[in-house]
Every structure is written in C-alpha cells, then in structure tokens.
Design a protein around this ligand. Sequence first.
Ligand SMILES: Nc1nc2c(ncn2[C@@H]2O[C@H](COP(=O)(O)OP(=O)(O)O)[C@@H](O)[C@H]2O)c(=O)[nH]1
Ligand SMILES: [Mg+2]
Length: 376
Amino acid sequence: MTAVVIIPTYNEKGNIEPMIETLEKEIFPQVKSYEMKLLIADDGSPDGTGGIVKSYMRKYKNLEIIEGKKEGLGAAYVRAMTYAIEKMGADVLFEMDCDFFHDPKKIPDFLKKIDEGYDFVIGTRYSKGGSIPPDWGIHRRIMSVWGNTFIRFLFSRKGIYDWTGGYRAIKKEVFLKEKDKLKEFTGYTFQVGFLYNAVIDGYKTAEVPFKAKDRTKGKSKIPGAETIAKTLMFVIQVRAKEVFYGPFGKFLVVGGIGFILQAVILRTLVDVLKYNPSIANLLGAVVAIFSNYNLNNLWTFKTEKINGFAQYLWKMLHFYATSAVGVIFIQTGVIFLGDQFLGRKYYFIYFLAGTAILLVYNFTVYRFIIWRKKPQ
Ligand SMILES: Nc1nc2c(ncn2[C@@H]2O[C@H](COP(=O)(O)OP(=O)(O)O)[C@@H](O)[C@H]2O)c(=O)[nH]1
Ligand SMILES: [Mg+2]
C-alpha cells in the first residue's frame, strides 16, 4: 500500500526545506506498513519554492512535484490527487499544509485509522486533545471557533468536529467518487464540500486531534470576510436543499395542493352558495384530506409506502380520523370562533390562521404516526 502526502505550496521558500527534511528523515521512517511518498503541488511560486523542491528530488526518490496555474487550493488538490493516484500509485492521499500548522508527527495516527477501516480521516482542532494556535488574536479565535460551531450545528454529524481543516487522510476510492463535484469548490468550501459529500455517500470518518501551530516563516493569508461568508453560504444552501428536497419539502407541496383545494371549495361554498364557513370548511377538508393522503402515500413517504388495498383503506380511515382532530378542533375551531366573535366578513383570514397552526400539528402526526419508519 502506498500513501502520498500532498502539500500545496505558494511562496513557501522558508518552510519547504524543513518540511521535506522532517517528513523524509523523521516521519516516513516511522511508518512500516505503507510506502510513503511526497508530492508538492506548487502553483508557480514567484519565490522559487518549485526550484527548491526540484533540487531535493535528486536526494529523495519518493519526492515529486506537480506544477500548475494558481487557481486556488481546491484546483491544486484535485490536480495533485489525480496525479498521485495515476502516476504514484497512491492508495491513501494526505492533505497537509507546508507551514507546520499541521503537526506532521500525527501522520502515523491517521494511517492507523485507515487500517482500522475508516475511509476519511480528519485532523481536528476542536476535539479533546486538539487546539487552535495559542497565539491567535481574539478576532481570529472567535471567527474560527464560531464559524466551526455554526457549521457543526447545521450539519450535525456525530463525531465530526472540524469541517474546514486541511489535515486529512483519504482513501483513493473516496476521491475518485467525489472528484467531479470537487472541481467547483474553492477555498474552505473545498474542505467542507469534500467531507460533506463523502459523508452523504456513506464513507466512514474518524478524527485525529492535533495542536495547530501558527507559521513562523512566510505569509499566512488570514481568511477574509468574503471567504468566510462564502463558506457559510455554501453550508446554508446545502442544508436548505436537504431539508426542502426531503420529506418536509414534499410535505409542503402536498399540503399546498390540499390547501388550494380546500380554499377554492371554501370560497365557492361561502361566497357563491352562502354556506356557513365552518360547514364549508369541513366539506373542503374531506376533499383536501383525500388528496393529501394519496399524494403523501405516493410521494412524500414513499419509502414507508402502504401496500395492499385493504391496508390502503384502513390507513385512509386512520388518516381521516387523525386529520379530523386537527381539522375540526384546530382549523374549523378557529373559523368557528372568529365567525362567532369577530364576524363573518373576515372568515378567510380565520381559515388562514387555523391552517397555519394545523400545518405544524399535521407534519408531526404524519411523520410519527401514519408513515413512521418501521424499526429495522
Ligand atoms: N498550490 C497552491 N497552494 C496554496 C495556494 N494558496 C495557499 N497555498 C498553500 O496552502 C497551504 C495553506 O495556506 P496558508 O496561506 O497557510 O493558509 P491559512 O493557513 O489558511 O492561513 C500552504 O501550504 C500554502 O502554501 C494556492 O493558490 N495554490
Ligand atoms: Mg497556514
């Protein structure tokens, strides 16, 4: 098995020599079960980083360089990972920075996790045993800790504490599967998007805590407000998609159709045929519930679909009964009270208010009673 440590560089003249030497002399010899190789992904650094790497390539045969246009970290990693797999025989790919932010001594711990069967091993600053650099200013600390807490909260995956970090070991299969999606990600979005897609596809993750250290040589590009905002926007978008393309979004569409049916019947009966609004609402509900039941059955809760005609009728009865509680006591109740105490003129507003409360009640009932997941 071969593991390739990939280090993207841009103007790392001061760090590249000690990094190559530390890895080659101190770290790689500790690893017995993998053939260790090093790949520097340099984007034409004007300070001559690439030249230094090339001079070391004579000394270390397991060291290679891949050069490209400066198109951001994501593009550099995609290019380098592809090269590592195709030209260097990589089975495991490491992401690591050149500035010693990531403690190279942890490399064997990552490989141990890979050997235990994990596919995507994440270096973490935010779990027990990890930390952000002690000399970071208050401003950067707050951004780092809160930014990560926010992402962690939105994604809420058990056991993942560091979504944005760039110290990782990834099985080649994971990269090959996600490669096409990665090309569009830049900056921190690359790290977050890569990990998120791997998790969605069911790859197993583990974390290795490390104590981050601020660079002593060269310039760090402290992330600007724009980079941070872009990353947070990405996370919010992804989550919103998950929520609205999932059962909840479908539930809203189905409920919307039911709502329109009921509203049309209500208005026709009250305005044209002069029905009492409470009675008209109940008649509209009979039709809306029929539509809701069938659309939810065919679409929203498809995976827990009801089978057989007898079960279909039985469950429909059950559905009418549970829906009736909400329709009679919540929706029609609000219309009835409004009609009694505030007058008929605003009956449609009572209907809207009653429906809003009903919505919350219904989703809870549908999800947890009618189409509840069967125990596995
Ligand atoms: N190839 C390549 N490497 C980059 C680029 N930007 C930054 N890097 C490298 O990525 C790593 C992390 O960058 P750094 O400036 O330390 O970012 P910070 O830690 O977020 O402040 C370092 O090894 C940089 O040399 C780039 O555009 N292309
Ligand atoms: Mg850095």
